[in-house]
Design a protein around this ligand. Sequence first.
Ligand SMILES: [Zn+2]
Ligand SMILES: [Zn+2]
Length: 188
Amino acid sequence: MPDVPFSCSCGGVTGTLAGISPTSGSHAQCHCDDCRRAIVWLGNADPGRDGVSYFQTTPDRVTFTKGQDSLAAFTWKSNKLLRWYAPCCNTPLFNTMSTPKISTASLLTTNANSSTLFGPVKTHGFVAKPNGKRGHVGLGRLIWAMLKRTTRARLTGTWRKTPFFRADGTPAAPVQALTHKDRAKARL
Ligand SMILES: [Zn+2]
Ligand SMILES: [Zn+2]
């Protein structure tokens, strides 16, 4: 199966997702404010109501070919989710969980050379509904796929193969925990 190259916007951080097809991950769009604000906090334009598109797969498929040492991460509201970015141009790149044992890596698909191999978006999170509430479309499908992938990674030991964590399980880069004050600056 083919690889999908990815890059930050200035080209300082590059890499590949290995062996990608629509079944090697989940193509999802998140419309929640946290995902939008995380992008705004990095100084990028608000993606708006369309939200942020991710391809969620396992970290053993992720290889950095350039700039890995420069990666930085922050947490936003929940310290269980790490948001990784390229500091050279403040491009948000991946989301992972805060422990390598839950084997997920979600690439922001705007960084991929092409999103054709990800297949169509099958999950929408936190979509605004006419009644003003938020709802999900196809979330069960994403959770089921994630559980299958993370369980397989635990059983086979491939969860240890990740560029985002050291062998002792600590994140490969310093993680900045953002405060309420920081978040307040990221207006939508
Ligand atoms: Zn979100
Ligand atoms: Zn860059």
